[in-house]
Design a protein around this ligand. Structure first.
Ligand SMILES: C[S@@+](CC[C@H](N)C(=O)[O-])C[C@H]1O[C@@H](n2cnc3c(N)ncnc32)[C@H](O)[C@@H]1O
Length: 414
């Protein structure tokens, strides 16, 4: 009973039936021990059935992490998304129209798909790809729990398929934009992903499949993003948490051209801390969350940019609206993704606009390795920077300017 004297509301018919069943069994049995055992079992079963899809998938992920050797997890980049971050991604993925066909590539135990299912109010289908058999089995378990939960709590039907395949190889044809027409791949209205990230050898079949958009040893996360974007229908949404390395630089230039020919960023969230997005897993990575939409004429001309130090302040972060052209200039040759998250970043974007030279033309190289003090070179660079300002793009201001100095180290090429 509640304090007002009304019976405590039971959230679902399923629970109501179960309470009745328990009451019935208690009333008709005389052996106390079996009843206690039965109640305990029912209690555990109830807890499990009522566990939310995300809690369930996360618990399975923790179990899997305990079971698997660290080097196995590293090899597959099996670092799971903490529930707070998963919820944040799910919220971004479900703004606007209700998701119907959901893709979770590199699903692990299905944490992201499950976070999204908690927001469903209409029937939907999930396709999850997971290459690791054990993770795939748990993903199957998590999604079937989610289906039961949705049926019980919302009367909503969830169907799903867990594909025990290499997501990139299965969809490699879409990595060659010349080979297919734009909507051949379009199957999903939402893709939600925290893909694996590691470099692939040049000879890996996935690198070979992606030759036309990345060169050398591509990082697998970019191939996941490319395939997932290709599989979206027009107006479909992709929400990803990935490293930021694709945002700028020569290495990913062709990839950016390919990616941003399909999707347009709508919301970006930066983590200030390199450690905090995957707290339990000691992942040291600069992460970015992006919601982008598969091109539709007359799409949004602004991008909501937010920033948090880590997980604790994730939901407190306020978004600022930045003109799309300041974030990604599709007319430029570099198509650098700029993420002005604060006033200082705005000032740097403005500052950079005035620069006309390139590093090459000034005979300079930028190293993103450890900072090495080299007095003469630094003062040379600072004076040249003020005079001619050679950078053509950057990800955030904090990487470039600190107390009037250029960071990271700028080395003379001679
Ligand atoms: C970074 S984890 C993220 C898991 C899950 N999406 C999450 O957010 O918790 C990446 C997952 O991708 C899986 N994976 C790695 N390579 C894959 C591939 N080529 N195809 C499908 N899954 C892959 C790994 O086994 C791992 O479970």
């Amino acid at each position: 009973m509640t304090r007002s004297g009304y019976p405590r509301p039971l959230p679902s018919q399923w629970r109501l039936d179960e309470e009745r069943q328990i009451a019935c069994d208690v009333g008709h049995s005389s052996a106390r021990k079996p009843i206690v055992g039965f109640l305990e079992r029912m209690g555990q079963q109830r807890e499990r059935v009522l566990e939310t899809p995300l809690d369930n998938a996360w618990r399975l992920a923790e179990e899997l992490s305990r079971e698997k050797a660290t080097d196995h997890r590293r090899r597959l980049a099996q670092f799971f998304t903490p529930p707070e971050v998963a919820r944040f991604l799910a919220r971004l993925a479900s703004t606007g129209r209700a998701p119907k066909r959901i893709l979770d590539p590199g699903a692990g135990t299905g944490i992201l798909a499950c976070a999204l299912t908690e927001r469903l109010t209409e029937s939907a289908h999930v396709d999850a790809y997971e290459i690791d058999r054990d993770a795939a089995d748990l993903c199957e378990q998590a999604l079937s729990h989610a289906a039961k939960w949705l049926e019980t709590e919302r009367g909503v039907t969830l169907t799903f398929e867990v594909r025990r395949d290499d997501f990139v190889l299965q969809n490699a044809e879409y990595l060659n934009p010349g080979l297919y027409t734009a909507d051949v791949g379009s199957k999903y209205d939402v893709a939600i992903l925290n893909p694996p990230y590691f470099k692939l050898p040049k000879s890996d079949p996935r690198s070979m499949a992606a030759q036309s958009i990345v060169h050398g040893q591509p990082n697998i996360y970019a191939l996941f993003m490319g395939c997932a974007a290709s599989l979206l229908e027009p107006g479909g949404v992709m929400v990803s948490i990935t490293p930021r390395s694709f945002a700028a630089g020569d290495y990913f230039r062709r990839f950016r051209r390919y990616l941003f020919s399909m999707i347009v960023p709508e919301a970006i969230h930066l983590f200030g801390s390199r450690r905090d997005a995957f707290r339990g897993d000691a992942v040291l990575q600069e992460n970015v969350i992006i919601r982008s939409r598969r091109g539709v004429p007359g799409g949004s001309e602004v991008v909501a940019v937010s920033e948090s130090e880590g997980i604790a302040d994730l939901n407190a972060s306020e978004a600022r609206l930045v003109p799309l052209r300041d974030v990604v200039d599709l007319a430029s040759t570099d198509i650098t993704l700029r993420i002005p998250a604060n006033d200082l970043d705005d000032a740097v974007v403005e500052f950079l606009r005035g620069w006309t030279s390139s590093l090459n033309s000034l005979g300079l190289l930028v190293s993103t390795g450890p900072l090495v003090a080299s007095g003469e070179c630094n003062s040379f660079v600072q004076s040249r920077a003020r005079a001619q300002s050679p950078f053509s793009g950057c990800t955030t201001s904090s990487h470039l300017l600190s107390g009037g100095q250029l960071l990271p180290t700028v080395r003379c090429s001679t």
